[in-house]
Ligand binder design. Structure first.
Ligand SMILES: O=c1ccn([C@H]2C[C@H](O)[C@@H](COP(=O)(O)OP(=O)(O)OP(=O)(O)O)O2)c(=O)[nH]1
Length: 153
């Protein structure tokens, strides 16, 4: 499998030392685990949202690519720790620190430890649209029917 080269800057000396660089957990993993680059453990109370540093910057560079920050399933399902922005979109020209908005949507406090895996980063292909203004569309099977128009729900 061909891998996409990705420029990464380490912004905190602990990355690559006490906090591992992001890595794919298995050969088939789609996401790179992002870790919390914290000075001390941080307790998120129920309903609380905090923007957490990762200590890393990436520059994707190619506008036909982007990256998405997605929640980790176990953290979200078992502990209610998801993303305050639901999904983070990293533009190909962004060069700042990767930040993770952590939201405790659960009912109990959750403590994030320094170096803990808090989210995952997925590289995705992007096609930019160029508008072609038209007065009407060619007819299609669905037409303008949306939101449950094909069945009961
Ligand atoms: O979870 C996230 C989401 C975004 N970003 C960075 C990368 C992205 O390229 C930049 C801007 O994100 P976005 O365009 O979603 O933010 P905005 O609120 O629309 O602000 P802007 O005016 O900066 O576009 O912030 C993160 O580090 N983490």
């Amino acid at each position: 499998m061909t891998k996409q080269s990705l420029q990464v800057r380490v912004l905190d000396p602990r990355i690559g030392d006490t906090i591992p660089l992001p890595e794919y957990a298995t050969d088939g993993s789609a996401g790179l685990d992002l870790r919390a680059c914290l000075d001390q453990p941080l307790t998120l109370e129920p309903g609380q949202t905090e923007l957490l540093k990762t200590g890393l910057a990436i520059h994707i560079g190619d506008p036909s690519l982007a990256a998405m920050i997605l929640p980790r399933s176990g953290l979200g399902h078992k502990h209610g720790i998801v993303l305050g922005n639901l999904v983070g979109l990293i533009d190909s020209d962004y060069q700042g620190e990767l930040m993770v908005s952590c939201w405790n949507r659960g009912k109990t406090p959750f403590t994030v430890e320094a170096g803990e895996r808090i989210a995952q980063l997925v590289l995705v292909p992007v096609v930019q649209a160029e508008f072609e203004l038209v007065d009407s569309f060619e007819s299609s099977d669905r037409g303008a029917g949306g939101f449950g128009s094909t069945g009961k729900h």
